[in-house]
Design a binder for this molecule. Structure first.
Ligand SMILES: Cc1cc2nc3c(=O)[nH]c(=O)nc-3n(C[C@H](O)[C@H](O)[C@H](O)COP(=O)(O)OP(=O)(O)OC[C@H]3O[C@@H](n4cnc5c(N)ncnc54)[C@H](O)[C@@H]3O)c2cc1C
Length: 408
């Protein structure tokens, strides 16, 4: 990466090829996918990410599905990361006997996916970008104005610096500022829940198993991390979250043990906790002339299957591929003819994952008479039917997705 290149055009406006708002996991992955394209990419990030430490580890973790791990490997970022292998997944319901178990052996793979700390993934992506002069990250930097002009989009930073590009990409998260500036509305559903995240130490080794327990008030995930620790994501309605967050560690562990059960022996220690409100959002338009949205700026989903950043990584790869192709064929990559291709390629995956998350959430939180019996039975059937199970597993590992592994 370079220090800012002071190439001033059009009356003190620096011209680049692509502007990106937000250098989170998705914005950085997008920049990585363009590192060899010869394009000048400038990311504007408002601040260093906040790391939520819990038992000495970031408690914001992502389960990277196998297909996306291969993407990160192709980008050159995986070698800078240590991912904890998730070899088995166990899902069960607190109402009925039954349950689903997925094993990596069943798809002849070493793992179903890998758990990484969000701050580590961001650091790995930044490290990958270091040797590239064509990629620049301005941080901390605040954009005060964005204007869509004929043939380009122009932004102004708080320090008065102006930049212009044929395309601006919104990778600025669920409450995207850029999406608002472009006047793009969202479809949104408030789950009236928050996800409590923390790292915990159970008595027994997890052996690379990810556990997900569905309760009437929301799912509790226990994800395998290094040194025998597990990372929890416990989705609960706001009142319960307030109550659980107010408990001391002993009280919290008591409730956690009661909800999770004895699968890993007693959970003995919990680190600092944090809670994040959960909303599903879908931008009404993924693209506008000279604008594309990726990652959480385009969609947010319930974390019950841990797929949010996975969807975002696939957006990043597909958009980067369309831009590289447009450059190759001398097309304007800020034009709707190119951007619509990105939108059309991504919508089926986004809608299908959002639909599945919504369906699962409704099924598992509904107390409609008889439904608990049906879902227990459903789990039993799935647990026994190897064909259905392997299909489900392939989808949740992301192996069947039509996503370019490496932009080129
Ligand atoms: C409890 C919980 C658990 C989760 N678990 C998983 C999981 O296991 N697996 C998974 O795949 N996903 C998971 N997710 C979802 C995942 O965290 C998000 O999908 C992911 O963080 C989205 O990345 P992003 O880069 O699009 O957005 P963000 O991570 O939100 O990054 C946006 C970046 O933009 C910057 N920014 C914002 N506004 C501006 C601005 N105006 N100017 C400049 N910069 C700006 C921010 O500072 C930030 O760096 C979970 C989410 C929650 C809440």
């Amino acid at each position: 990466m370079t220090a800012r290149i002071d190439k001033e055009l059009n009356g003190h406006v620096e011209q680049v090829d692509v502007l990106v708002v937000g250098a989170g996991m998705v914005g950085l992955a997008f920049a990585c996918a363009l590192k060899d394209s010869g394009l000048r990419v400038t990311l504007i990030e408002r601040g260093e990410p906040q790391v939520f430490e819990s038992l000495g580890m970031d408690c914001r973790v992502s389960a990277i599905v196998l297909g996306n791990q291969q993407i990160l490997e192709g980008l050159g970022a995986w070698k800078h990361l240590h991912g904890e292998a998730m070899r088995t997944m166990r899902i069960w319901d607190d109402q009925q006997p039954g349950g689903i178990r997925f094993d990596a052996d069943e798809i002849e793979a070493d793992a179903l996916g890998y758990l990484v700390q969000n701050s580590h993934l961001q650091a790995a992506l930044k490290k990958t970008l270091l040797p590239y002069d064509n990629i620049e990250i301005l941080c901390p930097a605040t954009i005060t104005k964005v204007e869509w002009l004929s043939g380009h989009v122009q932004i102004e930073l708080e320090d008065g610096h102006k930049l212009a590009a044929p395309l601006i990409v919104g990778a600025d998260g669920g409450r995207s500022w850029l999406r608002e500036q472009a006047d793009i509305g969202i479809y949104s559903r408030d789950y009236k829940q928050s996800g409590i995240v923390a790292n915990v130490r159970p008595m027994m080794p997890h052996h690379g198993t990810a556990f997900q327990r569905f309760t009437a008030s929301g799912p509790l995930a226990m994800l395998p991390m290094k040194d025998g620790l597990c990372s929890i994501v416990w989705s609960q309605f706001h009142d319960d979250v307030e109550r659980l967050m107010a408990l001391d560690d002993i009280g919290f562990l008591e409730e956690l043990n009661l909800t999770f059960g004895p699968m890993l022996g007693r959970i003995e220690e919990v680190g600092k906790r944090a809670a994040f409100p959960l909303k599903a959002r879908l931008a009404m338009h993924l693209v506008r002339p000279r604008l594309a949205l990726i990652g959480d700026a385009a969609h947010t989903i319930h974390p019950l299957a841990g797929l949010g950043v996975n969807l975002g990584l696939r957006d990043a790869m597909v958009l980067a591929q369309e831009i590289v192709d447009a450059k190759k064929y001398d097309e304007d990559w800020g034009d709707m003819s190119v951007l619509n291709r990105y939108m059309k390629l991504r919508m089926p995956d986004i809608l299908s994952v959002m639909g599945s998350m919504e369906g699962l959430h409704r099924i598992f939180t509904s107390q409609f008479p008889g439904l608990p019996v049906v879902r227990g039975l459903g789990m039993k059937v799935m647990g026994n039917a190897s064909v259905i199970k392997s299909l489900l597993m392939k989808n949740s590992t992301g192996l069947t997705l039509p996503v370019p592994k490496q932009v080129g």
